[in-house]
Design a protein around this ligand. Structure first.
Ligand SMILES: Cc1cc2nc3c(=O)[nH]c(=O)nc-3n(C[C@H](O)[C@H](O)[C@H](O)COP(=O)(O)OP(=O)(O)OC[C@H]3O[C@@H](n4cnc5c(N)ncnc54)[C@H](O)[C@@H]3O)c2cc1C
Length: 487
């Protein structure tokens, strides 16, 4: 089947979702083609979730410019899109003279980049900010923060969908025919024609760039492993604590999440395997020991989960990591915006990246703003965050608010059902998890997973064998163990 759109965005991570949402301000027909079953299966759902200050990136780089801009606009994005963002600050903790010199270099670079709220602090102030930290001094970045990486991306995408963007999941782009003034994209299922193409494919961006005829980019993977600590540790860590970074790696840090857990990581292991997300036991122990030199509360018994993420870094022939590349190659692929090397701080910078990508289109195409663009995401209140009075009212209005499905995170049946009927049509178990926090608590889904599975079946009329965990082929049930037995 052939679908035709004015613009097709390849990749539905945070960058593709930000492009989709920003482009939906214009009078255009737009599609997002995503290989996975949801928008946060790769780097955008697998990171530290820190809103960076902008001091760690080279002067005059796009990384620095878009990081500072993204940081500044995060309060407004959070209030429009309804994801949690906390401007809690962060500290980079040092001990030696060499550490102090590197922090001074970061401060100077930060000032030149336009990063605000940077200050060198002494031992007393450091321990006032983060009582248990090990260190003699620090750089305090007052404007840094943390956000919910799942809902940031999901709500960008859902807001785009509510403004008319069509999402096609399980739609990996496998080849592209470049025609005069248009493109024909072939996916595993359908074909798509488009006047404009945006390559926001993250780890797949080099392959898409090659398909567009823009060849020669070298990329490497850098895998970061993490531990997730139980919520009881959250109150002990008011802000992210980093070691003094090198010029290319931020180091293993401890970070509070907006929901009260603590993450520990990442290490940085060069890899060409962009699909292996397992966290080996030796890496877990390495993370624990290494981060304990910064913050002493990391015990094996408090680790409730591990995860990892893989960055796609653009390198030159000497292996030196390059800036973001956002380009239209009029000589090779006019009408295609090509994004390469969108590594950290891609989460912080996603919306400025999107606006810049669209500005390249606007320079070449006359596009008109829509009058009816709605910047606000549908408001889904979490039951766990309601006051007692609001909870009583919610239960009176719908008794499904009175039925808890996830006891660890206090997620109700009504919230699960709202999430099942999301505007993107995502119906995997992790799709519900990332939208509601069900399955993210101490028991890590032992209690509620099958209840959620049954609700998906009931609400969408699906067969048990068709419900998937996260990816296209991650079925949970394969059939009955004993034939002839119902229920
Ligand atoms: C360990 C780690 C820690 C990080 N920490 C931070 C941080 O604290 N702060 C910060 O600002 N940034 C951080 N980042 C960076 C940030 O997460 C990324 O820059 C950002 O998520 C990149 O978004 P993306 O949309 O480009 O990529 P992705 O999220 O990977 O999305 C790309 C999408 O394209 C899809 N795709 C690929 N190929 C195809 C194809 N052929 N057809 C269709 N779809 C395709 C993929 O399935 C994927 O969903 C971190 C990243 C990592 C890995």
């Amino acid at each position: 089947m052939l679908h035709s759109f004015d613009a097709v965005i390849i990749g539905g991570g945070v960058v593709g979702s930000a492009i989709a949402r920003e482009l939906s301000r214009y009078d255009l027909s737009i599609a997002v083609l995503e290989e996975n079953t949801d928008v946060v299966c790769e780097a955008s759902g697998r990171n530290s979730a820190v809103v960076h200050g902008g001091f760690a990136y080279d002067r005059n780089s796009l990384k620095a410019r878009f990081c500072v801009e993204g940081n500044r606009m995060m309060d407004q994005l959070s209030s429009e899109l309804g994801f949690r963002f906390i401007r809690c600050g962060k500290v980079l903790v040092g001990n030696t003279d060499e550490d102090m010199k590197q922090l001074e270099r970061m401060m100077a670079q930060g000032f030149d980049n336009g990063a605000e709220g940077l200050e060198l602090i002494d031992d007393a102030r450091l321990h006032e900010l983060v009582p248990a930290v090990n260190g003699r001094f620090a750089m305090f970045s007052r404007n840094s923060g943390i956000l919910d990486p799942f809902l940031f991306t999901i709500n960008l995408a859902e807001n785009a969908a509510e403004n008319g963007v069509k999402y096609f999941f399980s739609s990996k782009v496998i080849s592209i025919d470049c025609r005069q003034n248009s493109y024909l994209l072939h996916t595993e299922n359908d074909d798509f024609s488009a006047r404009w193409v945006f390559n926001a494919a993250g780890k797949g961006a080099k392959a898409i760039s090659d398909m567009l005829g823009i060849e020669g980019y070298r990329v490497i993977g850098s895998k970061g492993n993490y531990l997730v600590l139980d919520k009881k540790l959250g109150p002990l860590l008011p802000m992210p604590v980093y070691p003094v970074p090198s010029n290319t790696y931020m180091g293993i840090h401890v970070t509070p999440t907006v929901d009260g857990n603590v993450t520990v990581g990442p290490d940085a292991i060069t890899t060409d395997d962009f699909s292996y997300y397992g966290v080996p036991a030796d890496k877990m122990e390495y993370l624990r020991k290494s981060a304990s030199t910064l913050w002493p509360h990391i015990e094996k018994k408090d680790v409730i989960r591990t995860f990892s993420g893989i960055l796609s870094k653009w390198i030159d022939d000497n292996g030196v990591i390059q800036d973001f590349r956002i380009e239209v190659r009029d000589d090779i692929a006019p009408n295609a915006v090509n994004l390469i090397g969108i590594e950290s701080p891609g989460l912080t910078a996603a919306v400025p990246i999107a606006r810049y990508a669209i500005s390249l289109m606007k320079e070449r195409s006359d596009i008109k703003e829509k009058k009816d663009f709605n910047p606000f995401h549908r408001n889904v209140r979490r039951f766990a965050e309601m006051s007692d009075c609001e909870k009583s009212r919610a239960i009176a209005s719908d008794p499904r608010y009175g039925s808890l499905v996830c006891y660890c995170e206090n997620v109700t049946e009504r919230e699960i059902i709202d999430a099942i009927h999301n505007p993107l049509g995502v119906h995997t178990l992790t799709g519900i998890k990332y939208r509601t926090r069900a399955m993210m608590g101490g028991c890590q889904s032992g209690f509620c997973q099958m209840k959620i599975e049954q609700l998906i079946e009931k609400e969408l009329g699906m067969r048990p064998e068709d419900v998937r965990y996260m990816r296209k082929d991650s079925w949970i049930l394969s059939g009955k163990m004993r034939e002839g037995i119902d229920g």
